[in-house]
Ligand binder design. Structure first.
Ligand code: 3HC
Length: 301
């Protein structure tokens, strides 16, 4: 059955090579998924060779885990490893790519400049997809020569496990781009839904409200462990563990986008701001005594 709002699949173009901008955790998880499900070459790119190769190493490591679990045989493992490569040179890396997705820092100016660079080295039909979790697709495409090939392609963490993919249509996204995005999502075995180009789309807007309410309780004095314990059996993952999984910086950017758009409904927690400022990755670290005057920010060792 065609997902609601998806154009006719006959408009979809074939994807034969995938380029990824960014080689961080989300990007590397995506690389493995594209290679495994579409069985096409995937190139991870980053600012330098070392970062790009770190992404490739992540993929190789995950392939080894799949092999050890018996999910794939050694031929498949070798093939997967050979499909995923890394490079710091986008011009060479993206030659012949028909689907490039970015997963870089969640800031509009950074994403715009990434797409402007990519546009110089790919064909006019190459899809430019973004894994943004909150930013406007229309604005991201606005200064490009071919804004009609830009589409939101939003995965959830862990990419291999979470079934949903939000596909976001910008004002200028054309039907061939949208049809290709849906066909690619199906090839990745994800459940695809078309969502409107509004701040944080659907899932992160709901999550922002949910996590914002929990953060308010913690900012008012509820210990983090208590807040998390309260959700055992209610949510698949307790709220502060989830914040650690998606990354505090992403969660903060998401909340900031939402507060800007809907100030009466959303909340930026000072705890979250501090955690990002201090570059702390887990809310459970014993040294999370950020401000001794604020009791709620203290976590006992
Ligand atoms: N990375 C990769 N794989 C992971 C993983 C991770 N971080 N965590 C768990 N897995 C895999 C395990 O290896 C296992 O795979 P297997 O079946 O092949 O062995 C499978 O997931 C199930 O793992 P477990 O049985 O150990 O664990 P759980 O039953 O507790 O499930 C979970 C783990 C699926 C991560 C579950 O806790 C969950 O659903 N959590 C909520 C995740 C969520 O809400 N994600 C959305 C966040 S919002 C977002 O990403 C948007 C972004 O824009 C911010």
């Amino acid at each position: 059955k065609r997902p609601a709002g998806a154009p006719d699949k006959s408009l979809a173009r074939k994807v034969t090579k995938v380029g990824i901008v960014g080689a961080g955790l989300m990007a590397s998880q995506m690389a493995l998924l594209f290679a495994r499900r579409l069985q096409v070459p995937v190139v991870l790119t980053d600012l330098d060779e070392e970062r790009a190769q770190k992404g490739v190493s992540y993929v190789h490591n995950e392939v080894e885990k799949l092999l050890a679990k018996g999910r794939i045989n050694s031929d498949k493992a070798n093939r997967l490893k050979s499909l995923v490569t890394g490079s710091a040179d986008k011009a060479t890396a993206f030659a012949g790519a028909d689907f490039v997705i970015e997963a870089v820092f969640e800031e509009m100016s950074v994403k715009k400049s990434v797409f402007a660079d990519v546009e110089k080295v790919v064909s006019p039909e190459c899809i430019l997809a973004t894994n943004t979790s909150s930013l406007s697709i229309t604005e991201m495409a606005s200064e490009l020569e071919h804004p009609e090939r830009v589409v939101g392609f939003h995965f959830f963490n862990p990419v291999a496990i979470m079934p949903l993919l939000e596909i976001v249509k910008g004002e200028q996204t054309d039907d061939a781009t949208l049809a290709t995005a849906f066909a690619t999502g199906k090839g990745l075995k994800k459940t695809t839904i078309l969502v409107s180009d509004s701040p944080s789309f659907i899932v992160n807007r709901l999550l922002g409200r949910f996590l914002g309410e929990v953060a308010k309780a913690v900012d008012a004095g509820t210990p983090i462990e208590t807040a998390d314990a309260a959700f055992a059996g209610v949510a698949p993952m307790p709220p502060f563990m989830l914040l650690g999984l998606v990354g505090p910086a992403i969660a903060l950017h998401n909340n900031e986008t939402l507060v800007k758009a809907f100030p009466e409904r959303f909340y930026v927690s000072p705890l979250l701001e501090k955690v990002v400022e201090e570059k702390i990755s887990s809310f459970y670290l014993p040294d999370l005594t950020i401000d001794p005057k604020v009791k709620a920010l203290q976590v006992a060792p």
